[in-house]
Design a protein around this ligand. Structure first.
Ligand code: 13P
Ligand code: SF4
Length: 305
C-alpha cells in the first residue's frame, strides 16, 4: 500500500468507525492531510471539547492527548504512538512545585499546557503559548508562579510589567537550545527574510523577532504578510509545511537542529493501525485526577475566549 492508498483507507475507516483525528501542526504532512482538525495546542484543546465523535485519535504528544481526555472523559482517546511525550512536560513534578508554593504562598500557579495531568491538579490556570499573555493579563492576581517554561514566562513577564512573575528553570530542550548566533547567521544568509519565532526560544533569540507567537500564530502571520521570505524559529516541520502550503513564499529554518523527536515519533502507519484498532494506546486517567486537573484547563478556555 502506498502513502496515498493508506491515507484513503484512514479516511474511509475513520468515517465508518466514527473517529475524529486531531493533529498538532508539527505532525508530518501526510498526517496533517488526513486530520479533521489541525492547529496549535490551544486550537486543539478548544476543538477537543466540541467534536461529536466518540473516539478521538490525537496525533501529537502525551499532554495533548491527556488534555483531550480531561475535557471529554467519556470519549476514548488514542495516541497512535504512545511513546510520544514532551520532555518539558516531565521536568517538574507535584512534590517540587508544592515545595516552591510553600516559599511563595501568595502566588497563583500558571501552568503551561505542556505539563503532566498530575501537575495540572495543583495549578490555578493553564495557558498555551497562544493564550498566555491574554490570560495572565485578565487574571486579577498580581503574583504569578509561571511553570515550567522560563522562556515563555519571560516573554509573558515582558508584555505584562505590572505583574510579579516568578520563573523556574524549565523549558523545551529544542527551542531552548537556540542562540542569538543562530539568528545572526540565518539573517546574514537571508537578509530580506522576516524572523517569526515561538516564545519557547530564549529571550536573546526572541529579541530579534519581527513576530512572536504560537505555531498557528506563526503560520497565520506568514500567510497574511506581504513579505516573501521568512526565517521560522520553531520546530522545523512548520517551515516545511509552510513551504508546501504557501509555495510562492520562501521559508528558512532558524537552525537545522530545531527538531522535536517526540513530535516526529508518530507515523502514518501508526495512525493507520490506530484506526484499524490494532495499534496505539488509549489514554487512561483516574477520575480524581481528571476532576481536579480539568479545572485549570476550563479556566484557560473561559479566560482565553
Ligand atoms: P503551540 O502551543 O504553539 O502549539 O506549541 C506547543 C509546543 O509544544 C511547541 O513546542
Ligand atoms: Fe515539548 Fe519542545 Fe517538543 Fe514542543 S517542541 S512538544 S515543547 S519538546
Amino acid at each position: 500500500m502506498n502513502i496515498h492508498e493508506m491515507q484513503q483507507e484512514i479516511i474511509r475507516l475513520k468515517k465508518e468507525k466514527d473517529i475524529c483525528i486531531l493533529a498538532h501542526s508539527y505532525q508530518a504532512k501526510e498526517i496533517i492531510e488526513i486530520a479533521d482538525f489541525t492547529g496549535d495546542s490551544y486550537v486543539l484543546s478548544v476543538k477537543a471539547k466540541s467534536v461529536p465523535q466518540k473516539t478521538v485519535i490525537m496525533c501529537g504528544v502525551k499532554f495533548m492527548a491527556e488534555t483531550v481526555k480531561m475535557l471529554s472523559p467519556e470519549k476514548t482517546v488514542i495516541m497512535p504512538n504512545p511513546t510520544a511525550g514532551c520532555p518539558m512536560a516531565e521536568q517538574m513534578d507535584v512534590e517540587y512545585i508544592n515545595s516552591v508554593k510553600k516559599e511563595y504562598p501568595d502566588y497563583s500557579v500558571v501552568a503551561y499546557v505542556n505539563t503532566t495531568a498530575a501537575l495540572k491538579t495543583i495549578a490555578d490556570v493553564c495557558v498555551t503559548s497562544a493564550s498566555a499573555v491574554n490570560i495572565v493579563k485578565k487574571m486579577p492576581e498580581k503574583n504569578i508562579l509561571f511553570i515550567p517554561d522560563c522562556n515563555l514566562g519571560d516573554y509573558v513577564a515582558k508584555q505584562l510589567p505590572d505583574k510579579n512573575i516568578k520563573l523556574l528553570k524549565g523549558g523545551c530542550p529544542a527551542h531552548g537550545s537556540m542562540r542569538k548566533e543562530d539568528v545572526i547567521k540565518a539573517k546574514e544568509e537571508h537578509p530580506n527574510a522576516l524572523f517569526l519565532v515561538h516564545p519557547e526560544c530564549p529571550p536573546e533569540v526572541v529579541s530579534y523577532a519581527d513576530y512572536v507567537g504560537s505555531t498557528s500564530g506563526i503560520m497565520k502571520y506568514a500567510e497574511e504578510s506581504d513579505a516573501k521570505e521568512f526565517i521560522i524559529g520553531t520546530e522545523n516541520s512548520i517551515a516545511e509545511l509552510l513551504s508546501y502550503q504557501l509555495s510562492e513564499k520562501k521559508f528558512y529554518f532558524l537552525s537545522k537542529d530545531l527538531i522535536c523527536a517526540d513530535m516526529k515519533a508518530t507515523t502514518l502507519v501508526d495512525v493507520y493501525q490506530a484506526v484499524l484498532g490494532i495499534g496505539g494506546g488509549s489514554v487512561e486517567l483516574d477520575k480524581d485526577t481528571i476532576e481536579q486537573a480539568v479545572k485549570c484547563i476550563e479556566r484557560m478556555i473561559e479566560l482565553g475566549d
